[in-house]
Write a protein that binds this ligand. Structure first.
Ligand code: BGC
Length: 466
């Protein structure tokens, strides 16, 4: 008896000490790799490499009516009131503070009016020498009510895709970019099996309507962020705070990808169907064992889980990268523990949103992806919120420098898309972050102006096409 209780005491002591040490002991911090000097003319990509820009329907089209539109109505006032506390640490906040304090900033409304202005936007793409354009089709427009498909909406996207083709621009179509029709939200979206069948029916309809004009499809854009933000943190639609529901929703989305892959192929045997991922380059901060474990688990979830589960029916992988993040495990929060995921506040170069700029990160993520899967890769998003356009040209060139390094080491990267073609509605941040190669003047009838950095991008594209 006496021996037993001593053993118990000793084991408890060991476990507690290990946990404590794991919580505080530092792991070696990974060093940052700088981009060496190079000239724009050193950037060499083969002919046929796709040069693009991305958008999503809800963020640019305007006049959408989906679950996010409802959410914006409910939260605009709160978001306006909270903005200062959330963003005053960002480097150029005084430029955005007033706009961010206005509830109107948080309602997507007319957005960039891309729905009506797409012919002009295609002209802008041509001027910039783009050879590909990634956009999303809006489910709520195409199927406003369960089973009722809107012929005019389908015709709109047919015309958009056909006009792009005529302009020599390859359309890349995303089927789901965060938003859903309100009837899908009401039925519990990805917590309901019915949504799988509904999504597959919708995907098949779109592929039938677009026919041979569209070859590249992405089923889901960043499903991992929908689960993280919508189901675990519960800060965006559908505002759940449940790991169990998040898991369920995630596996339904992977099933929907598998079935949609088949439906799209049935409509268009030449189609290439992939998905896009918010690839994380996490750092534990401080680099304790616990933070490192959290970082490894969450990076693994964000970067690989969806593709691992759908690999047999994934024709290409879309990598989306903006900059690294830091993970810190704290006690309390919404669950027993809380994992904070935020950019390094001490990073030397930061976007208007405070996101760290670290171009070598794109190389690390491409190489890991290429080692893990032998599938074609597209960089489906990479960009920076930079209203004054002082960082964007360098940002794009430096990231392309590292894409090139990855290609030279055998990674099969076939295209690169800047986020974004246009300034747009940045979800719960609203309109103040400016990601566009092309500026949009919301106060002046959504007038477009090409930013100087877009001409640098144009020059890089032209150099590689000589
Ligand atoms: C999303 C975009 C978003 C961008 C910048 C990506 O996570 O796909 O919709 O605007 O990042 O935050």
């Amino acid at each position: 008896m006496h021996i037993k209780s001593t053993t118990l005491l000793y084991s408890s002591f060991c476990i507690l000490t290990t946990l404590l040490l794991a919580y505080i002991l530092p792991f070696p911090k990974t060093e940052r790799t700088q981009t060496p000097p190079y000239a724009l003319t050193d950037l060499a990509f083969p002919r046929g490499f796709l040069w693009g820009a991305s958008t999503s329907a809800h963020q640019v089209e305007g006049s959408t009516n989906n679950d996010w539109t409802l959410w914006e109505e409910q939260h605009a006032t709160r978001l306006a009131a909270e903005a200062d506390a959330k963003f005053s640490h960002t480097p150029r906040w005084n430029q955005f503070q007033a706009q961010a304090a206005e509830p109107a900033n948080y309602r997507s409304g007319k957005a960039a009016d891309h729905l009506n202005r797409y012919p002009e936007d295609i002209q802008l793409m041509k001027q910039l020498g783009l050879t590909a354009y990634r956009f999303s089709v809006e489910w709520s427009r195409i199927e406003p009510r369960d089973g009722e498909f809107d012929a005019a909406a389908l015709a709109h996207y047919q015309t958009l895709a056909a006009s792009l083709k005529t302009a020599g621009i390859e359309p890349f179509v995303t089927l789901w970019h965060r938003t859903q029709p309100t009837w899908v939200a009401k039925q519990g979206e990805w917590t309901n099996d019915k949504t799988i069948a509904d999504f597959v029916r919708y995907a098949g309809k779109v592929a039938e309507a677009l026919g041979p004009t569209v070859r590249y499809y992405m089923t889901f854009n960043e499903p991992e962020l929908h689960i993280g933000g919508g189901y675990v943190q519960g800060v965006i639609p559908p505002e759940q705070k449940s790991l169990a529901l998040g898991n369920e929703a995630f596996s339904r989305m992977t099933q929907a990808h598998r079935d949609a892959h088949a439906a799209i192929h049935a409509a268009n045997p030449a189609a290439q169907v992939g998905s896009t991922h918010a690839m994380q380059l996490g750092q534990a901060s401080p680099a304790t064992t616990v933070n490192t474990l959290a970082q490894k688990y969450l990076d693994g979830f964000a970067n690989w889980k969806f593709v691992d589960n759908t690999l047999a029916v994934t024709d290409f992988i879309g990598i989306q990268y903006y900059g690294p993040t830091q993970y810190q495990v704290t006690l309390g929060g919404t669950g027993l523990i809380n994992v904070q995921n935020s950019p390094d506040p001490h990073a030397p170069i930061k976007s208007d949103m405070g996101w760290e700029v670290y171009p070598h990160g794109i190389y690390e993520l491409i190489m890991k992806t290429a080692e893990r899967y032998s599938k074609p890769i597209y960089i489906t998003e990479n960009g920076i919120a930079d209203a004054q356009d002082t960082l964007r040209a360098q940002y794009i060139a430096d990231h392309l420098y590292w894409v090139q390094q990855a290609r030279e080491r055998g990674a099969d990267v076939r295209g690169y898309f800047v986020w974004s073609l246009l300034d747009n509605f940045e979800w719960d941040k609203g309109f103040w972050p400016r990601f566009g190669l092309v500026a949009v003047d919301y106060a002046n009838n959504q007038q477009r102006t090409i930013r100087p950095s877009a001409w640098t991008y144009r020059q890089i594209i032209a150099n590689t096409q000589k």
